[in-house]
Structures are given as structure tokens and as C-alpha cells.
Design a protein. Structure first.
Ligand SMILES: Nc1ncnc2c1ncn2[C@@H]1O[C@H](COP(=O)(O)OP(=O)(O)OP(=O)(O)O)[C@@H](O)[C@H]1O
Ligand SMILES: [Mg+2]
Length: 251
């Protein structure tokens, strides 16, 4: 589905930065991939290229057979809107909009009629377990709930793949684990998930780990026994109960 062929991304400036160098990478439909690497190694740049937020400066990018590297910005935006769901470390929700309005936004951009938009929003909020929070604004939600709103927004357009750049970076460990359960369910339903993380325990849920260093892929390995997110969450709850701590608000 994702096919990068000797892709490079250089940021021009007084001193050009080679954020990606000759990256060859294929990710198939329904995969679950973790991307790791030190700060500045090019992880976000790679996610932005794969998610059509940015274009390579050299090389070819084919997304489901379409040559993204040759597309102009309006076409790129259209492909992104239809195929990609993005989740960021900082949630990136609009503060004056309710949870439901935030989730609805990508469908508004797509020009979908109101009734169908509202039906889809209701469906996805229910799936993510946020129905009772739909009229809350981001500031009235916990970090974990805000991230779930962001995930609902990424999913409402039914993308073929979900790109998450450090999605658990700003969450307490329990909320982070809940996000991982959600990703696992989505992946089981056929959505490809690609996530960037600094945390080996988070990466251990994926069935493939790619490591970047200095803009290059230095390792790409299958994980034959990925961690089961639901089991981890249950263990987490047990430990919290045993130590007498609530382990976060849990919702
Ligand atoms: N818009 C930009 N303009 C110029 N240089 C940039 C830009 N974005 C990123 N870079 C540079 O490209 C390199 C890769 O950055 P990138 O954000 O992809 O790293 P990262 O692996 O995501 O790091 P982190 O773990 O800190 O998020 C870095 O040297 C960074 O300074
Ligand atoms: Mg980054």
C-alpha cells in the first residue's frame, strides 16, 4: 500500500538538513508498524511524507499505486483526506469546538451532507467510548479522553491507514495503554497502523519495528510475538489495585 523508493527529504536553509536519505520502505495493507529512533533521526519527517503532509525532495512515493511524489498540493490534500488518519502527540484539537465538532471536521472538508456526517460522528464516538463526552470541549476532558477524540477524528473518514506520531507521549501510562487497546482493535479490523514511539514497551505491540538513525533505516524487523494490549491493560489494572493506587482516572 505504502511504497517508498529511495525517498529523501532535505530541508533547505543556510545549512541544508538531510532529514531522510534514500529510504526504501514498503508497508502493506493491515500491517502494524512501530517506528523508533533517536530525536532528530527523521521519524516525524517520514510520517509527514507517508501521510501526504509533505513531499519527498527526491525519490518516488507510491500510495496504493498512485504517485504521490508528483502530486500538487490540492491533489495531495485530497488523497490525505480520503486515505490517511493522523494522530499527534499534542492531540491538535480545536479548543472552541466540542468533541463531536472536532470529529466532524474532516467530513466537513470532504463536503459530506450534514445528516450523514452526524451519523458517522455518532458511530465513531460510540466505538471509541466517548458518547457521553461528545458535547464537551477539549479543556473539559482528560488527556486520555482528548487523545481518544483525536483518534475518533482520524477514523471518521475511514482511512486505510492510521499514522500516529508519539500518540502516548503526553499520556499517563494507563491512558496510554487504553490508546494501545484501541489501536489493536482497529488493526484487527484491517486498518494499517504506523506509530512513532520512544518507548520499547509501546513498540512491542506492533508486529514490525523499523529503526531510523540520521535519516536512514538502520533496521527493519518483524516481531513474532507482539504484546496483547488488552492483556497488558488488565495486568496494569491488577497492579494498580494491588498497590492501592487508582492508576489515573481510567476513562
Ligand atoms: N521544517 C523543518 N525545517 C528545517 N529542518 C527541519 C524541519 N523539520 C525537521 N527538521 C530537521 O530534520 C531532522 C529530522 O527531524 P524530525 O522532526 O523528522 O525528527 P524526529 O525523529 O521526529 O525527532 P523527535 O524524536 O525529536 O520528534 C532534524 O534535524 C530536524 O531539525
Ligand atoms: Mg518527531
Amino acid at each position: 500500500m505504502i511504497d517508498l523508493n529511495r525517498v529523501s527529504r532535505t530541508y533547505s536553509g543556510a545549512r541544508p538538513v538531510h532529514a531522510l536519505r534514500d529510504v526504501d520502505l514498503s508497508i502493506g495493507a493491515g500491517e502494524y508498524v512501530a517506528i523508533m529512533g533517536p530525536s532528530g533521526s527523521g521519524k516525524s519527517t517520514l510520517m509527514n511524507v507517508m501521510g501526504c503532509l509533505d513531499r519527498p525532495t527526491a525519490g518516488r512515493y507510491l500510495l496504493q499505486g498512485q504517485e504521490v511524489s508528483a502530486m500538487r498540493p490540492p491533489q495531495l490534500a485530497d488523497v490525505r483526506n480520503r486515505m490517511v488518519g493522523f494522530v499527534f502527540q499534542t492531540f491538535n484539537l480545536l479548543p472552541r469546538h466540542t468533541a463531536a465538532q472536532n470529529v466532524e471536521l474532516p467530513l466537513v472538508y470532504r463536503g459530506m451532507p450534514g445528516a450523514e456526517r452526524r451519523r458517522r460522528v455518532r458511530e465513531v464516538l460510540e466505538r471509541i467510548g466517548l458518547t457521553e463526552w461528545s458535547t464537551h470541549r477539549p479543556s473539559q476532558l482528560s488527556g486520555g479522553q482528548q487523545q481518544r477524540v483525536a483518534i475518533a477524528r482520524a477514523l471518521v473518514g475511514r482511512p486505510s491507514f492510521l499514522l500516529a506520531d508519539e500518540p502516548t507521549g503526553n499520556l499517563d501510562s494507563r491512558s496510554g495503554q487504553e490508546v494501545m487497546v484501541l489501536f489493536e482493535e482497529l488493526n484487527r479490523d484491517g486498518t494499517a497502523v504506523v506509530l512513532v514511539t520512544h518507548d520499547e514497551r509501546i513498540a512491542a505491540h506492533a508486529s514490525r519495528t523499523i529503526r531510523l538513525f540520521d535519516g536512514r533505516i538502520v533496521s527493519d524487523q518483524p516481531n513474532p510475538s507482539p504484546l496483547d494490549a488488552r492483556e497488558q491493560l488488565a495486568r496494569f489494572t491488577e497492579q494498580a489495585a494491588a498497590s492501592g493506587s487508582g492508576g489515573g482516572d481510567g476513562s
